[in-house]
Design a protein around this ligand. Structure first.
Ligand SMILES: Cc1cc2nc3c(=O)[nH]c(=O)nc-3n(C[C@H](O)[C@H](O)[C@H](O)COP(=O)(O)OP(=O)(O)OC[C@H]3O[C@@H](n4cnc5c(N)ncnc54)[C@H](O)[C@@H]3O)c2cc1C
Length: 295
């Protein structure tokens, strides 16, 4: 099938793109076209207007801000995967990017497209939830910021208005100084090019990496594809905080993750299996983060 007819627009600034959304009620943004094209080809989306963001250069950046790093919405997965700044400050994000599909998807797909699509199996949604990111959003009338924890509301349903554009994600770096932090993004997937069965995004900050048994001061855990939204599991985080990581605390955290998971059945993985994977990948990812924080 071919997409239904639409009018194509190619703005060069965010302001111009926002005006186009304000002027045309039935308009859709186009970013890397790794998801939208499939949906339109199947006529599950039939917008009258397509607003292509690929010429909006101001949306393509990775930048160091005071106490945070920011990634523009049109930054490709490939750029995130290879960014030295992100590898240094929030290595979970490049690790999440490098596991998305194959090179052709990573060369075109963008952070904004992934967050805009809001698939609960997506790599960035879980990573950004674990990292307590804030989304920067613009419309013709205003710019606003939304904590990512408030953005994902239900299955592929978000706080984004129809006339709004995600312009960037800002990630605070203060809670996780690189010299005392380990992060990991672990996923189980049947083959390289497919979406993951379940993923775990974790971060761990220890008190003193040189100590014999470093204590975990702060931990983060978010799961992808384990519920209808990216799932932060704060009571699992609490289980490992305030002491060195041990088999007991890891098992307690894994149990919390298992209890929190509430996934849908899929063709290759029923919900029971996905719940088990959620617990096991929470455990492995926390252990990997601790290992990285302490070596
Ligand atoms: C074979 C295959 C495997 C994949 N595997 C994975 C995987 O394992 N993990 C993973 O995370 N992803 C995976 N993806 C999805 C991939 O990451 C896509 O690139 C991404 O989901 C959509 O990004 P895009 O830039 O292509 O957006 P598009 O397809 O262009 O747009 C997607 C949606 O986002 C909206 N949108 C785009 N930009 C913005 C913006 N700035 N503000 C608001 N809304 C916006 C669009 O209107 C559209 O509704 C896979 C895709 C394919 C084809």
């Amino acid at each position: 099938m071919k997409p239904a007819p639409f009018e194509y627009h190619r703005p060069t600034t965010v302001a111009e793109a926002a005006e186009l959304l304000a002027d045309h009620r039935d308009a859709e943004l186009l970013a890397g076209n790794q998801s939208l094209g499939i949906v339109m080809a199947n006529r599950l989306a039939t917008p009258d207007h397509l607003v292509d963001l690929n010429a909006v250069e101001e949306l393509d950046f990775v930048e160091d801000r005071d106490g945070s790093v920011a990634v523009g919405a049109m930054t490709r997965h490939r750029t995130i995967e290879r960014s030295d700044l992100l590898a240094e400050t929030v290595p979970m994000l490049p690790e999440a990017a490098e596991q998305i599909a194959g090179p052709s998807v990573r060369n075109r797909g963008t952070l904004g497209g992934s967050v805009g699509e809001a698939d609960p199996a997506g790599n960035y949604p879980a990573a950004l939830v674990a990292l307590d990111a804030t989304l920067e959003i613009a419309s013709a009338d205003e710019s606003r910021e939304v904590p990512v924890s408030d953005y994902f509301i239900a299955y592929m349903f978000t706080d984004l208005g129809e006339d709004e554009i995600i312009t960037a994600a800002e990630i605070p770096t203060g809670p996780f100084p690189p010299d005392r932090t380990g992060m990991a993004f672990l996923e189980l997937k049947p083959t390289a090019q497919t979406w993951p069965t379940v993923s775990a995004a974790t971060a761990v900050r220890v008190d003193d990496p040189e100590a014999e048994d470093p204590e975990i001061e702060e931990a983060r855990l978010a799961l992808a594809n384990a519920a209808d939204v990216p799932l932060r599991v704060e009571d699992a985080e609490t289980e490992v905080e305030g002491e060195p990581l041990s088999e007991e605390t890891l098992s307690a955290a894994a149990e919390r993750a298992t209890a929190a998971a509430d996934p849908e059945d899929e063709m290759h993985a029923d919900s029971e299996f996905k719940v088990e994977v959620a617990g096991e990948y929470a455990r492995r990812s926390l252990a990997k983060s601790y290992e990285r924080a302490t070596t």
